[in-house]
Design a protein around this ligand. Structure first.
Ligand code: 6PG
Length: 234
């Protein structure tokens, strides 16, 4: 089990400010060390204030590549599309924003294989993976149940996979493409950002369960060798 540090904030604005600063520092360090930064950013509502604040940072954005940790299989421009949200914020700054879903595939497994094939030549490992978490313990789009089993048993070199959450989450009831567990835990830095007591309880349970956790976030924490910062706001 990894070393975990909790950072508590009074509101999401404060959390956004702090995390934007951390992400900026990671990007700057990666550019200094390797001439470029490659980061994966979570979808969902929670990171909105982080991205808004980060977009104000004075950075050499042309050297920054951003990929969503996961996406819903919907066309570009759809309100449920994570890459569309990231593109709106970061493309105008000059960053590269790479989709994980590039075509409308009816078959989510094929969409996952296509994403995996494209991502094989991507810049691994990621400099940062910023994860969110659902109240069911899902992270990126690795959901508890069969998705987690598939994520755990699939080939180690796989970078992405297609998933069909069961039950479908009400906020985006569609199939998805997610970075694989191996891709996530190989990142040079791992951060989790969540809000609310319910999610905090779930995350504490996942940590307590350790390596045998049935929650995807628990397996990420069990498999990474890095210290993980958990950012939490009421
Ligand atoms: C997604 C995500 C997902 C998200 C959680 C939490 O696209 O669904 O990347 O893993 O982080 O579902 O979402 P909220 O922040 O909206 O609660």
């Amino acid at each position: 089990t990894t070393e975990i540090e909790w950072w508590d904030y009074d509101d999401t604005a404060e959390m956004g400010e702090a995390l934007a600063g951390d992400v900026q520092f990671i990007i700057e360090s990666a550019i200094d060390a390797r001439g470029a930064a490659v980061i994966a950013l979570a979808g969902g509502r929670t990171p909105g204030p982080i991205y808004a604040k980060l977009s104000k940072a004075k950075l050499d954005w042309k050297r920054v590549t951003i990929i969503p940790t996961d996406d819903r299989i919907v066309p570009m421009g759809d309100p449920m599309s994570n890459v569309t949200g990231l593109a709106k914020v970061f493309l105008p700054l000059g960053a590269r924003v790479i989709p994980v879903v590039s075509e409308k595939a009816d078959d989510y497994k094929a969409a996952g294989r296509a994403a995996d094939a494209r991502l094989q030549d991507f810049h691994w490992p990621l400099d940062l993976c910023l994860l969110g978490m659902g109240a069911d313990g899902h992270t990126a789009s690795i959901f508890p149940g069969p998705d987690l089993q598939e994520a755990l048993t699939g080939p180690k070199e796989r970078r992405a996979l297609g998933v069909m959450p069961d039950p479908l989450p009400p906020e985006a009831p569609v199939a998805r493409v997610s970075l694989s567990l191996a891709a996530i835990v190989s990142a040079r830095a791992l951060m989790i950002a969540i809000t609310g007591q319910e999610k905090r309880d779930v995350l504490e349970r996942a940590i307590a369960e350790g390596a045998g956790s049935t929650l995807p976030i628990g397996r990420v924490l069990a498999e990474t060798e890095l210290p993980v910062d958990i950012h939490w706001s009421v």
